[in-house]
Structure formats: structure tokens, C-alpha cells
Design a binder for this molecule. Structure first.
Ligand code: FAD
Ligand code: NA7
Length: 538
């Protein structure tokens, strides 16, 4: 017979989401909470992604928690964007500031969660065999966290090293080595730009070239930081009523409503200032929704790439075609790197990787690209990936993989039918934004809901299948109004072999999302079924 410990709530994950959830539930509500992370410390994304060049592409002053004024006033940063070591240190400080470390079990993977209907409790087991029972489970397992590691033919025969960017060993340097990088998304661009000056030779395997604009990383003065701190109330209010929550007002001007010359000036200014989301959403109102508008931005970026990369053949390999419709990227000198004599681009759509051998990567043209290290910047099994890696079974023994057969769904991105008292932070069909303010929004909603249940003798709360279907339909309709659905990317789960592409985000913006949550709560948890202790006893 297994012995188990009983707590009020189990929190899975120690990134932004898990840290804040433990703080809310324990420090503010006095519940007993145990948090788990398979990492050996807090930080989540920023614990794992220690690759050279890892940087947030949200500006420093809004890539942080907003919930505590003292924390905001004590915060500081050196540049307009913060690096991985700085974010990790920030999150470690938050954990210590709010005395949260003692609630976490690090180096501990959660293997399963099973709902025990008679007890009204979840039974959670860890990789080490520990068993916990809890009324509530809060999953803060990360949406870009489960690694996508493609299985290239012959990879096991490679005599060099392979490293995924999201499992980068602390302090690992590749200086002086011959390195191949597979993947040119946000991560690939960052690691390529950082590695180029220090490695002996860099081979970049480019499958789909991407649109990218300068990030605009600049030093900041103490005075600039003080001005932001003095204005934080307004800044966060604006972030939380905006769409993408990146700290700027989204444009309301359609691209085709101005002259070509005016458009060029707007893009040029945005290019100079920097920022991927700014370029897509602060310039014009319809780049993400109208193909003609989209093409004006896309062609501007293509021209910049061609101007930047000196060798025309290399420029061709790095220049995207078609819609500018993935998560908008920004970089710190990525295209310039291809002018270096030690950097080479291999276009693997036209010349695919045939196999990996002991010495390196062989492409279809028969060329062996000799390598000491292969870096996989191949991204993530986004959004539902970490859920599907656990054994999760809800009411009536329904497994999450069966419940999500075909498409992962949710009601409001935070809950799903048949899984009572089981909450998700950034679950399927949650908001697509600068994420800390969305994470805070969801954690606050979840902890308020837990408080409501505790105060009102609620034994179980879960959404109705109808409410879940309606939310899925809402998210699908909104996604179909955008250009994002027209290209393959992780935003729709179209980046992992065998994964069925589907709508994974609410693209209606954070302001609207917060309005929906408020409305649901104000209307007696519309769409949820609440079962009281009294009803069960009777
Ligand atoms: P995470 O930080 O991903 O934490 C989840 C944790 O759960 C992980 O530590 C994981 O180990 C743990 N976990 C998962 N499953 C289990 C299990 N079964 N048992 C135990 N532990 C488990 N967002 C932005 O808004 N702006 C950016 O600029 C930005 N840049 C990014 C750059 C990179 C390289 C990456 C990968 C992501 C970036 N993101 C960015 C997204 C980023 O993930 C979020 O901003 C945020 O950090 C997510 O926090 P989280 O707590 O939800 O999840
Ligand atoms: P992404 O954006 O999913 O990029 C992954 C890259 O890896 C992309 O260029 C892929 O090419 C490439 N890839 C993936 N699998 C393969 C295989 N099998 N062969 C060759 N190339 C491959 O992940 P990132 O980590 O860059 O960024 C994800 C998010 O995390 C980002 O938006 C930030 O928010 C942080 P493809 O484009 O699919 O042709």
C-alpha cells in the first residue's frame, strides 16, 4: 500500500506560472501547496534555455511580474531587452523574496495525475515514486518547453556532440569548434548570431527562411528606468487592455490607407527602433489580417535582407517568400553574420539532409559537412506537449490524450471538461501575447476560483463540454480572420512530425481575454459546473 501526503494544491512547473501560483495559493490564501519541477531549480524556460545569445524579445520593463509594487520598484535592467542569465536571476530572486523555495521539490518530474472521484482528490505521482493527494492541480508546465528533437537518419552514428538549445549545458562554449545549426527560428537566429564570431566554422541548415527585423537592443540609463518605474501603473494598465501586451499601442491605421512613401517611412522608423511585435502591430493595424497589407511589410523586410547579405546566392537562401505570418521575429545582427567568411548557409529544402554520419551531415548533393557539434534549434512540441508526456486521467478514467484526440481544447485556456479542479496556465487556446501578463491573468483567475470554491463549500468545478466547444469555436473563428492560419508554424502545432495541426491560441488579445474572464466570473462561473460538498453528501 502506497503512503501518500495530502496537500491542498499541487503546482507543476517553476517558471513564471508555477512561481506565481505557489505565491498566490500559499502566501495569500494560506493553502498547503507543493510545487514540482524536473529542473534542479526555478526559472522554467530560463532555467533550460542557456544557449549563447538567449534573449527575451519582450522589452525588459514588461518582461516581468506586475503583481507587486515593491518588486517592480526594486527591479533593474541594463538594456532594453534582458538576457537569459538576467531573467533566471530575476526569477530566482522572486522565489527567495516571497520565500517560495521551501514549497518546491526540484529535480522531480510528475509522472501521473489521477482523479479519485470518491475522495474528490487528485493523486499525483512523481518519478521518484512519491505520492501526493490534493484537491487542486495547477499545471504551469510551459507552452514552449517539451523539446522537439527530430530523428535524423544516422544521428546515432555521429561521433561529435549533439545539443538541443533548450537543454544547453551551463557555461558550455563551442569556441574554436566546427558547428552545424539546424533551425532558423527565433532560437536558431539567436544562437547563430552569438556563435558565429567564436566558432571556427558555422554551417547553418536553413529549412524555411524567416522574416526578421532588428531587435533594437540598447543600453538604458538610470533616468530612463526611473521614468518607467514612476509610470508603472499606467504602463501595466495599458499592457493589460492591449492586444499583444508588449507595452505599446497597436496601430489603428490600415496599411493601404496611406501612400507608398508614407508606408515606407513607417516601416523604416520601425526597423530603426526595433522589435518584432512592434514591426507587425505598431506600424499598421492589418498586417496580421490582410494579405495585401501583409505583403507590404514582407517585401520591405525582404529588401532589407537582400541589401544586408553581400553574396546574392546566400541572400537568396536566407530570404523568405510568401506571407509574413509566423510569430514575428527580431534579431541582433542575424543576417549580417552571413557576410562572415566562417559562416555558410545550406538550403535544406532544395538540398535536404540525407543522413548524419560519424563525421557530420551529408546533404542530397553528396557533400559531407564536417562537424564537431550539431546544435538543434528545432523548437518545441508547443502548448500540449508537456501534458501528453504525463499520464493524466480525469473523471470516469478519461485520459487527457483521448480527451484531446485530434485537437487539444479547453474552456478559456485554463480548464477542460472531465478534469475537475484541474487548471492550466497557458493551456490550449489561451492568449497569444507577451506572456508574463497573460500568465498573471490566468494565475489570478485560477487562484480566485480556488478561493471561491474554498469559501463556498465547492467540491469540484469543471467546464461543461458545451462551453469548451464554444470556446474552441471562438478561437477558431478568430484565428481564421488572421494570416497566421495560412502558414505552417508551431503556433498551430504544424512543426512536429505526426502532430495534427490545429488552433492552439486565442488570438483575440489580452484586453478582450481579461474581459471574457471577468464576465464569466461575474455571471456565476458561466460555462462551469460547480458541485457542492453538501450535494455530494446528500
Ligand atoms: P515554463 O517557463 O516553460 O516552465 C514550465 C516548467 O514546467 C519547466 O521548468 C518544466 O521543467 C516544468 N515541467 C513540465 N512538465 C513537468 C513535469 N511533468 N514534471 C515536473 N516539471 C515539469 N515569451 C515572451 O512573452 N517573450 C519572450 O521574449 C519569450 N522568449 C522566449 C525565448 C525562448 C528561447 C523560449 C523557449 C520561450 C520564450 N518565451 C517568451 C516563452 C516563455 O516560455 C514564457 O514567456 C514563460 O517563460 C513561460 O513560463 P511558464 O511558467 O508558463 O512555463
Ligand atoms: P521554431 O520557431 O519552431 O523553429 C524551429 C526551427 O527548426 C525552424 O527553422 C524549423 O524549420 C527547423 N526545424 C525543425 N525540425 C527540423 C528538421 N527536422 N529538419 C530541419 N529543420 C528543422 O522554434 P524556436 O525555438 O526557434 O522558437 C520557438 C519559440 O520559442 C519562439 O517563437 C520564441 O517564442 C521562443 P521550419 O521552419 O519548420 O521549416
Amino acid at each position: 500500500q502506497n503512503t501518500f501526503q495530502t496537500v491542498d494544491a499541487v503546482v507543476i512547473g517553476a517558471g513564471f506560472g508555477g512561481i506565481y501560483a505557489v505565491h498566490k495559493l500559499h502566501n495569500e490564501q494560506g493553502l498547503t501547496v507543493v510545487g514540482f519541477d524536473k529542473a534542479d531549480g526555478p526559472g522554467g524556460t530560463w532555467y533550460w534555455n542557456r544557449y549563447p545569445g538567449a534573449l527575451s524579445d519582450t522589452e525588459s520593463h514588461v518582461y516581468r511580474f506586475s503583481f507587486d509594487k515593491g518588486l517592480l520598484q526594486d527591479g533593474t535592467w541594463k538594456h532594453t531587452y534582458i538576457t537569459q542569465p538576467e531573467i533566471l536571476e530575476y526569477l530566482e530572486d522572486v522565489v527567495d523574496r516571497f520565500d517560495l523555495r521551501r514549497h518546491f521539490r526540484f529535480g522531480t518530474e510528475v509522472k501521473s495525475a489521477t482523479y479519485l472521484e470518491d475522495e474528490g482528490l487528485w493523486e499525483v505521482t512523481t518519478g521518484g515514486g512519491a505520492v501526493y493527494r490534493a484537491k487542486y492541480v495547477i499545471n504551469a508546465v510551459g507552452l514552449l518547453s517539451a523539446i522537439n528533437f527530430p530523428n535524423l537518419p544516422g544521428i546515432d552514428t555521429f561521433e561529435g556532440e549533439t545539443i538541443h538549445t533548450a537543454a544547453w549545458p551551463q557555461g558550455k562554449s563551442l569556441a574554436g569548434r566546427r558547428v552545424g545549426v539546424i533551425g532558423t527560428g527565433s532560437t536558431g537566429q539567436q544562437v547563430i548570431t552569438a556563435l558565429a564570431p567564436e566558432v571556427e566554422h558555422l554551417t547553418v541548415f536553413v529549412r524555411t527562411p524567416q522574416y526578421s527585423v532588428p531587435v533594437g537592443k540598447r543600453p538604458v540609463t538610470t533616468q530612463q528606468i526611473d521614468e518607467i518605474k514612476a509610470d508603472y501603473d499606467n504602463i501595466w494598465a495599458q499592457v493589460k487592455r492591449s492586444g499583444v501586451a508588449f507595452g505599446f499601442e497597436e496601430s489603428t491605421v490600415p496599411a493601404m490607407s496611406v501612400t507608398e512613401e508614407e508606408r515606407r517611412q513607417v516601416y523604416e522608423k520601425a526597423w530603426e527602433y526595433g522589435g518584432g511585435f512592434r514591426f507587425m502591430f505598431e506600424t499598421f493595424s492589418d498586417i496580421a489580417t490582410d494579405e495585401e497589407a501583409n505583403e507590404t511589410a514582407a517585401s520591405f523586410i525582404r529588401n532589407k535582407i537582400v541589401e544586408t547579405i553581400k553574396d546574392p546566392e546566400t541572400a537568396r537562401k536566407l530570404t523568405p517568400t510568401g506571407l509574413f505570418a509566423r510569430r514575428p521575429l527580431c534579431d541582433d545582427g542575424y543576417f549580417q553574420v552571413f557576410n562572415r567568411p566562417n559562416v555558410e548557409a545550406v538550403a535544406i529544402k532544395e538540398n535536404p539532409i540525407r543522413e548524419v554520419t560519424a563525421k557530420g551531415v551529408v546533404t542530397e548533393d553528396g557533400v559531407l559537412h564536417e562537424l564537431d557539434v550539431i546544435v538543434f534549434a528545432t523548437g518545441f512540441d508547443a502548448v500540449d506537449g508537456n501534458y501528453r508526456r504525463m499520464e493524466i486521467s480525469g473523471r470516469d478514467g478519461v485520459n487527457i490524450n483521448d480527451h484531446w484526440d485530434g485537437q487539444p481544447t479547453s474552456y478559456l485556456g485554463v480548464s477542460t471538461a472531465k478534469f475537475p479542479n484541474w487548471f492550466m496556465v497557458l493551456g490550449p487556446n489561451g492568449p497569444f501575447t507577451n506572456l508574463p501578463p497573460s500568465i498573471e491573468t490566468q494565475v489570478e483567475w485560477i487562484s480566485d476560483t480556488v478561493a471561491y470554491a474554498e469559501e463556498n463549500g465547492i467540491r469540484a468545478i469543471e467546464p461543461t463540454p458545451e462551453a469548451e466547444a464554444e470556446w474552441t469555436e471562438t478561437c477558431t473563428q478568430i484565428a481564421n480572420m488572421t494570416v497566421f492560419t495560412k502558414v505552417d508554424s508551431w503556433i498551430f502545432g504544424a512543426n512536429v512530425p505526426g502532430k495534427k495541426p490545429s488552433v492552439l491560441f486565442y488570438l483575440g488579445g489580452l484586453g478582450n481575454y481579461r474581459g471574457v474572464l471577468d464576465d464569466v466570473t461575474a455571471n456565476g462561473y458561466r460555462g462551469f459546473e460547480l458541485k457542492s460538498e453538501a450535494a455530494v453528501a446528500a
